[in-house]
Design a protein around this ligand. Structure first.
Ligand code: ADP
Ligand code: ASP
Ligand code: MG
Length: 421
């Protein structure tokens, strides 16, 4: 992985403009009424004298619909063509918001990702922002305009469109805030900040006022979809505070920043879940050096991320090896795994998609063994079997049956008294 601190170096060094970057997600721009409400909010910021760059997502469920449309025509749509297609969602929203602003008397201009100078890697559908050349944005801001940028998209060296992965408009916004040296970045969404768990699953979940980059990165990486992990990573590298707020009301929201409230350390801050998970097991793999490298190397070459890995104790010179990947990548992964199974001499492999991950996140938890014990006890008391476990310094993840994941999240939320704070 390229060090994010170097990724926007050129842009960040050259420009100094005082302003705010606001990002509005799909549900915040889902209808003409919602776009008008967003325009009114942007106008208020502009009236306060702030220079405003706005990043927009595709309207409502547009991206999902485009994905479905593609799959109706090709089981495995080529990723370059998918990027051409998916980018159109954001490309529609940006001019709609700009013309709404202009209609309200606010000078504005829309730009696509490429026009905004967003240079991306060639890993279609999960490209990374490599650099931002913000001159055009800076020029337009200098003319007193609100600049509306289509999120989620960049341009490769070969002048192809590449998208940044689902949820990637957050990353466009934070990267622009860093490149323009904005005071902070505001992410407007359909909930009042980062909650102790997904509020759709846990009605008692509550917004967290302040969270560190480190915790938020881990939280986002294990399924807290309210922020794209890469956005948090870039925010941390440039120490740009990120506010997550509702576009539907005026509540204060959550700030993601370097200094979290100290008294909250060593506590479980939140519960995350992820259902886009599949488990792959290689059966009777010969137990000898180099096998793991032979398996995971080709998956990495295909840009397939592997996370929870369990290798069972070997008997009679062979062992079973299980790992999880995103279910959405299972079809592609299965082809790679079939090849490597043959190469390493495994007996075969099987896959399971009826699984999900549930994670607890909080700084310093591994120094407090009672925290892990509470997680395992709570799941056991709820009749939930743990299929795999993985840990980091600030996270514990359990793989469970998908149909039990809601119960698991709710039980853990109660067990760590997250509804009581
Ligand atoms: P947007 O379209 O604004 O980018 P997303 O759907 O990407 O919005 O993210 C917001 C959604 O994330 C919420 O509606 C909520 O269901 C989900 N979510 C998952 N975990 C959390 C969490 N810990 N805090 C807040 N929202 C969460
Ligand atoms: N429209 C894209 C998605 O639905 C990107 C985004 O909204 O952040 O994933
Ligand atoms: Mg999002």
């Amino acid at each position: 992985m390229k060090d994010p601190s170097s990724a926007l170096g050129g842009a960040a060094a050259g420009v100094r403009v005082s302003q705010v970057v606001q990002k509005y997600g799909g549900s915040s721009v889902a209808t003409p009424e919602r776009i008008r409400a967003v325009a009114a909010r942007v106008r208020r910021s502009r009236q306060r004298g702030e220079g405003v760059v706005v990043v927009v997502s595709a309207m409502g469920k547009t991206t999902d619909q485009l994905v479905a449309l593609a799959h109706a025509l090709n089981d495995e749509p080529p990723s370059r063509e998918m990027d051409q297609l998916l980018a159109t969602g954001e490309t529609v929203t940006a001019p709609l918001l700009a013309m709404t602003l202009i209609g309200m008397g606010v000078d504005a201009i829309s730009l696509t990702g490429p026009q905004a100078g967003i240079r991306a890697s060639t890993a279609h559908r999960k490209a990374r922002i490599l650099d931002i050349v913000p001159e055009r944005i800076v020029d337009e801001l200098g003319r007193g305009r609100v600049v509306v940028v289509a999120g989620f998209q960049g341009v490769t060296e070969a002048l192809d469109i590449a998208t940044l992965g689902r949820g990637g408009s957050d990353t466009t916004a934070v990267a622009l805030a860093c490149a323009l040296r904005a005071d902070h970045c505001e992410i407007y969404t359909d909930v009042r900040g980062v909650y102790t768990a997904d509020p759709r699953l846990v009605p008692e979940a509550r917004p967290i006022p302040e969270i560190s980059y480190e915790e938020m990165l881990e939280f986002a990486a294990v399924g807290a979809k309210v922020m794209h992990p890469r956005a948090v990573e870039i925010g941390e590298a440039y120490e740009t505070p990120i506010w997550v707020r509702s576009s539907f009301d005026e509540s204060p929201g959550t700030v993601i920043c370097r200094h979290p409230q100290l008294e909250d350390r060593q506590k479980v801050r939140g519960i995350a879940h992820e259902t886009d998970v599949a488990k792959v097991t290689l059966l009777r793999v010969p137990d000898r050096p180099g096998v793991a490298a032979a398996i995971f190397g080709p998956l990495a070459d295909h840009h397939i991320s592997v996370d929870v890995i369990v290798q069972n104790v070997g008997h009679d010179g062979s062992t079973d090896l299980s790992f999880t990947i995103a279910e959405s990548e299972l079809r592609q992964a299965a082809k790679v795994v079939a090849d490597v199974a043959a190469v390493v001499g495994a007996e075969g492999f099987d896959t399971a998609s009826d699984v999900a991950k549930v994670s607890i996140v909080g700084t310093g938890m591994l120094n407090y063994p009672g925290i892990a014990a509470t997680m395992f006890r709570t799941l056991a008391d709820s009749g939930i079997n743990i299929k795999m476990i993985s840990t980091s310094e600030i996270r514990i993840t359990c793989l469970v049956s998908r149909d039990q994941v809601g119960d698991a999240v709710r039980a853990l939320h109660r067990a760590y008294q997250l509804d009581e704070l």
